[in-house]
Write a protein that binds this ligand. Structure first.
Ligand code: BF8
Ligand code: SF4
Length: 656
């Protein structure tokens, strides 16, 4: 590969702040980040990329080739691809369940008085969740309700008997539950299903690809369940998000402050660090700083953005680059999507890397073992380490790209309903269905998921957001896709002026006018619904639309898009989106194309059975057309079915 080509290839981002750091690094002789490692990694293995490499038993790896169409044991390509796929879904579900189980433990400790620094921040949410779970709330104390909610969560996590999981039954439309019964994919519990999937994919068990895929979809429903539990419990513990106003991108780093980047997914520690940072201004001042500034990376960043208005530093792919500004004093990480590469890079600077979870360590880093019992003390320990690092930084060069954008975030489902209720207090969600029925809006699109070096960082995400806005689509976002919008100036009211079509502008104008006494600033182009776990909020939006229209989800003009999907969690989320009835665009073709059968199930058969389906499309222009096509098809069908029902005075058709 020529030097010229190499140089071009490591510039795989459209984020100008990230690009500035990459270019300076290249000019200075290159420290290694993911952008350079990706170049070195080429070409990547096509057997792995198409899913036809099996390493499930020690006779492998077995690869499907022209010469050998089966593994040593006789497993066909379709079995190998299906097994690999559903193990990936299981991995994603395992990660999400790990996260929400931690929230569950923390609340159990609150209940037992063993986590004195935490409490129920949002008793109203506790009551809403309890009554949704059919728990009697009248006359009950918070602790009594919390205990009942936690017992229900434990049951959804662990039971081995077949009655439906409460978090599924009470958050989807009844037609979905009938579908899951009919297809035999009703999960017994999260842990049981993950265990079933690992057993079913052991060497020499299930060879039937369709049976395997259905088990994968069952597992993905468990992913949905544990994400919903995670969101609900986080809101109970830390509060339900409301609109917040802040900034995003590297320009949020302030060289005169002690800068702490919080990174990972679990809000238990990061919430404490953010709260404690405000208390420790005097200590920072004593070290010569103006104070302590926290800023977020990945979904821990999203959690503290949504509830505390903490600035967004960056999203997944560029997580290493802020260290190279020389001004990040400490990066504290918890679990998931943390590149081990941050450690080697930090060795070239004064930056401290602190791991905090016993099951998520990076060799050579500081480790402060986080416990709920001593949360504030642990948070203080982290901040003191950052203050020490700040002192060490003095006199050293810092170079921070002066790029940042205004951000309005904090749109939980409750916050969205609150905004809509200013227009229609009796049926807030009808404001959206009316706008779609009248043609003012073309539908709703969720941008979710990660970054992935296989496609230019933030490139298709930003393109698709602008394209949807121009076409009058209401946009919600989560995870690192929301990070793209925040960093690139698409998550504020100015972006509405610049990019929204006339219908979307009119829709926002109505809402802004009705909320002018309530909202500090006008609504942003992209409504940030939270971390990846909070895709549960986005699905609540879909369910609310379905209930308002009186239809099952496959009739609702709502599409999900993961333009830069990367993690196992993204695969499991995409799979539940499809199972729960949503057309789902994925901008990076996943490892299934080695089997026409498995690929065909994902792209076509899924629609016949569940109403949702995948669209693999790496070209953003084609992806925009496919997403708009999926919205239009649904709006058109909904209209035809409604007209038919009215004409013949029958019920609205259940089919799609
Ligand atoms: O849970 S979007 S890269 S940070 S997996 Fe990871 Fe993907 Fe980002 Fe959030 Ni979600
Ligand atoms: Fe090969 Fe079969 Fe073993 Fe897979 S399970 S590695 S295909 S022998």
């Amino acid at each position: 590969m020529s030097e010229e080509k190499k140089k071009v290839d490591n510039r795989r981002t459209i984020d100008p702040a990230a690009l500035a750091v990459i270019d300076k690094n290249t000019a200075n002789g290159q420290l290694e980040t993911a952008y350079e490692r990706y170049v070195k990694m080429q070409p990547q293995c096509n057997f792995g990329r198409t899913g036809v490499c099996c390493r499930i038993c020690l006779q492998g790896p077995c690869r499907i080739t022209k010469k050998s169409s089966k593994g040593v044991c006789g497993a066909h390509g379709y079995t190998i691809v299906a097994r690999n796929l559903i193990r990936t879904i299981s991995g994603g579900t395992g990660a999400h369940s790990d996260h929400s189980r931690h929230m569950l433990y923390a609340l159990m400790e609150v209940l037992e008085g063993k986590a004195p620094d935490y409490g129920v921040e949002d008793p109203e949410k506790l009551r809403r969740v309890a009554s949704r779970l059919d728990i009697e709330v009248e006359g009950k104390e918070d602790n009594e309700l919390l205990e009942a909610v936690l017992q229900q969560a434990i049951s959804d996590f662990t039971k081995i008997t077949p009655e439906p999981c409460k978090w599924l039954e009470t958050t989807v439309v009844p037609e979905r539950m009938e579908k899951f019964d009919a297809c035999n994919i009703q999960p017994r519990s999260i842990h049981t299903t993950i265990s079933e999937t690992m057993g079913q994919t052991h060497m020499g068990v299930d060879a039937d690809p369709v049976n395997l895929i259905f088990q994968g979809l069952k597992t993905s429903l468990c992913d949905y369940i544990c994400m919903h539990i995670g969101t609900d419990l986080s809101d109970i513990l830390f509060g339900t998000p409301k609109p917040v106003y802040t900034e995003a991108n590297f320009g949020v780093i302030d060289p005169e402050m002690v800068n702490i980047a919080v990174h990972g997914h679990n809000p238990l520690l990061s919430e404490m660090i953010v709260r404690q940072a405000r208390e420790m201004k005097a200590e920072a001042e004593a070290a010569g700083a103006k104070g302590v500034k926290c800023m977020g990376i990945c979904c821990t960043g999203n959690e503290v953005l949504m509830r505390q208005g903490v600035p967004v530093l960056t999203n997944f792919l560029s997580q290493e680059l802020p260290i190279m500004t020389g001004a990040v004093d400490l990066m504290v990480v918890d679990v998931q999507c943390i590149m081990p590469g941050i450690k080697a890079l930090s060795d070239c600077y004064h930056t401290r890397i602190v791991t905090t979870m016993s099951h998520s360590k990076i060799p050579g880093s500081y480790h402060i073992d986080f416990t709920e019992e001593h949360a504030v003390a642990k948070a203080k320990e982290v901040i003191n380490l950052a203050i020490e690092a700040f002192k060490e930084r003095q006199g050293k060069e810092v170079d921070i790209p002066d790029i940042k954008h205004k951000v309005t975030a904090g749109f939980s489902m409750e916050a969205i309903e609150d905004v809509l209720s200013a227009v229609n207090p009796d049926a807030p969600i009808k404001v959206v269905t009316d706008a779609v029925d009248s043609g003012q809006l073309r539908g709703v699109v969720l941008f979710a998921g990660c970054n992935n070096l296989r496609v230019p960082h933030d490139g298709s995400g930003a393109y698709l957001i602008k394209e949807m806005a121009k076409n009058n689509v209401l946009i919600v976002a989560t995870g690192c896709a929301a990070g793209t919008a925040a960093k690139l100036g698409l998550m504020n009211a100015e972006a509405v002026e610049e990019y929204a079509g006339e219908g979307l502008k009119a829709f926002f104008n109505t809402l802004n006018e009705a909320n002018k006494d309530k909202l500090k600033e006008k609504l942003p182009l992209v409504l940030h619904m939270g971390s990846c776990v909070d895709n549960s909020r986005a699905y609540d939006f879909t369910t609310a639309l379905a209930r308002q229209w009186g239809v099952d989800v496959p009739k609702v003009p709502f599409v999900a898009s993961a333009p830069e999907a990367m993690s196992e969690k993204a695969v499991s989320i995409g799979s539940w989106c499809v199972t729960l009835g949503i057309p789902t665009h994925v901008g990076v073709v996943p490892e299934v194309t080695g089997s026409a059968l498995v690929d065909g199930v994902a792209l076509q058969i899924a629609e016949d059975v569940y109403g949702g389906y995948f669209m693999w499309e790496e070209d953003p222009e084609k992806a925009a057309q496919k997403i708009l096509g999926a919205l239009d098809e649904r709006t058109w069908k909904l209209k035809v079915h409604k007209q038919t029902a009215e004409k013949y005075e029958t019920e609205l058709s259940k089919g799609w």
